[in-house]
Design a protein around this ligand. Structure first.
Ligand code: AKB
Length: 337
């Protein structure tokens, strides 16, 4: 008999770590983990199966459909914004074709199970593209339907995959229903920058937040690549995990939209530096602006409106900036380094 599992792609990435540790500690569902990189040893015991493989490998995905009963796909694998700018076509292949492959897998699983497989997709504030700084400063909390003109390949990929998810859920569902089959139940979060105590992101543009903290904790000088007044929304990793699981559990009839902003606090780079220096007074942090990364940050909103998530499925972050540092990041980082 096939065992019911949740499938997690990008398992060895930042969010993968947080999600696998959380679900693994709860232990009430098997985890099928997939990543192109080997899985860190501390995550292996939490997984029913880890497969080192590529989401572009359709033969591999076909095997998984045959072997497992997949309840939910958390599709976390992606090439982040800065890295994607250096390899746009590769990013497109991984971020878009990879997502399409997984949507197809979800459709096949749904048809086989006779019920819609849930597909939880983290999109990003990169889906937004604000034309200039003055508009950014006046925009306030940006809503899901505003400023959807991304300036990066990653942002274009995320926005397009949101549309693909909508297509498979709303329109393909009708085709499936006509054939007496089920389709996929796609649900999407637009994440702000994330800060984890356990992992340091690679290839993103909001990375200056977590990098400042992790460098300071290790006594390594840090060159911050954005201006001190640069503002972005952020969230602590436990809240990111909480939002993924809350959205997965939300009753379908409560969801008035497919794509939801979620966020917690919106500091400037200078405000992050101030709080980091409160805990690590000897931290050496200097500013050396990187033009193209700064341009990406300037095109992303300084804050986003997550009222739809709050209203539809009771979203509320546990960690504001003070709590994130006092109760989560600093204690965990002291244990780590
Ligand atoms: C990135 O910086 O690319 C990501 C994101 C905001 O999606 N952290």
């Amino acid at each position: 008999m096939r065992k019911e599992v949740v499938m997690i792609t990008g398992a060895n990435g930042e969010i993968g770590h947080g999600l696998i540790s959380h679900l693994g500690k709860k232990g009430d569902i098997g985890i099928l983990a997939l990543d192109v990189q080997p899985l860190d040893a501390d995550l292996v015991p939490y997984c029913q199966r880890f497969i080192q493989g590529d989401i572009l490998d359709n033969m591999l995905l076909g095997r998984l459909v045959a072997e497992f009963e997949i309840r939910t796909i958390f599709h976390l694998a992606s090439i982040l914004s800065t890295k994607a700018e250096y390899n746009p076509e590769t990013a497109h292949r991984v971020n878009v074709e990879g997502t399409l492959n997984l949507l197809r897998l979800a459709v096949e699983q749904s048809a086989w199970q006779g019920r819609a497989v849930k597909f939880i997709y983290p999109s990003s504030i990169a889906a937004y593209g604000i034309p200039d700084l003055e508009t950014k400063n006046r925009a306030g909390k940006v809503k899901e339907e505003q400023f959807l003109q991304p300036t990066t390949m990653y942002g274009c990929n995320k926005l397009y995959c949101e549309h693909l998810g909508r297509y498979y859920t709303r329109h393909y569902r009708q085709l499936a229903a006509d054939k007496g089959s089920a389709s996929v139940d796609f649900r999407c979060l637009r994440f702000p920058g994330l800060i984890s105590a356990d992992t340091i992101p690679t290839g993103g543009t909001s990375d200056y937040g977590p990098e400042m903290l992790h460098h300071a904790a290790q006594g390594i000088p840090y060159q911050c690549f954005v201006r001190p007044d640069s503002r972005l929304p952020f969230m602590a990793m436990p809240d990111a995990v909480k939002s993924l699981l809350q959205l997965e559990e939300a009753p379908q009839e409560n969801l008035s939209q497919l794509v939801y902003n979620v966020t917690s606090f919106s500091p400037t780079a200078d405000e992050i530096q101030t709080v980091v220096k409160k805990y690590f007074p000897k931290a050496e942090i200097h500013c050396q602006v990187h033009g193209s990364r700064q341009a990406i940050v300037d095109s992303w909103p300084g804050d986003i409106d997550d009222s739809a998530a709050r209203k539809d499925w009771g979203w509320s972050p546990d960690y504001d900036m003070n709590r994130a540092f006092d109760d989560y990041l600093i204690p965990a980082i002291h244990r780590r380094y």
